[in-house]
Design a protein around this ligand. Structure first.
Ligand code: FE2
Ligand code: FE2
Length: 238
């Protein structure tokens, strides 16, 4: 059980209690790229009442579902398999469907809200960047992680230390996080206007789910997989 303390970082809360990712997601608090920041600082910046947020954390902790896996104990290859099977596959399936929907809603309803065109554009950018990003992980970083797991001496990587691809992936995660934040702003936190048709509503629901999945995905890479890989690499003499 975690000790409630508003000065603790958001990433630490989610590492100790993975189910809290939902609480933070619902409050629009970034627990992946912004996970290193203390909770009280982020609440202040977002105008959230820290007492209410701590209460929501306490409630979620007390009713925590056991389905949310604690990946801290997993091996490097188990983590990589899970990220690929669950998060990458989800994006490969869902990204094209939502791309079509964002374009259609912008075309049909763009005259009522000009932000819909911008949303389709920003989402299109997210899809292109994530597609390249995931290929880099699958072709470079994930095989390195698997190799490291069983290595007795530091493996030779063509891009030097594993810290190099990890740094690049971290920067790309920040970029994805900032595109998601723009999308949240453009959609009033994925809230449909009264006049929204079913496609519009389904698009917002799909984008909101995708935001939650990407946040969880990046959290697992930034706060679990990458530190684990760096630690193993350091133990082999950097
Ligand atoms: Fe990934
Ligand atoms: Fe990633």
């Amino acid at each position: 059980m975690s000790t409630l303390s508003s000065g603790k970082t958001i990433g630490q809360y989610v590492l100790e209690q993975p189910a809290l990712s939902k609480v933070f997601g619902n409050l629009g608090i970034d627990f992946c790229c912004g996970g290193k920041r203390p909770l009280d600082e982020v609440c202040q910046e977002k105008g959230l009442d820290i007492a209410e947020v701590l209460k929501a954390i306490e409630d979620a902790t007390n009713t925590s579902d056991t389905e949310t896996m604690n990946w801290q104990a997993a091996s490097l290859s188990e983590m990589v398999d899970h990220i690929y099977d669950i998060h990458h596959q989800y994006l490969y399936e869902e990204m094209p469907r939502l791309l079509q929907m964002t374009q259609k809603v912008a075309r049909v309803h763009g005259d009522k809200d000009a932000r819909l065109g911008k949303l389709a554009e920003v989402y299109g950018q997210l899809v292109s960047e994530l597609t390249i990003h995931m290929l880099k992980e699958e072709n470079v970083l994930f095989p390195y992680c698997r190799e490291l797991e069983t290595a007795k001496v530091q493996p030779k990587f063509h891009c030097g230390s594993i810290a190099n691809p990890i740094r690049v992936m971290g920067l790309e995660h920040e970029q994805a996080g900032s595109l998601l934040e723009t999308m949240r702003d453009l959609t009033d936190g994925y809230t449909p206007p009264e006049w929204a048709c079913n496609t519009y509503r389904a698009m917002l629901a799909g984008l909101k789910d995708m935001e939650a999945d990407i946040h969880q995905h990046i959290h697992e890479e930034n706060n679990i997989l990458f530190p684990k890989a760096l630690q193993k690499s350091d133990s082999l003499g950097g």
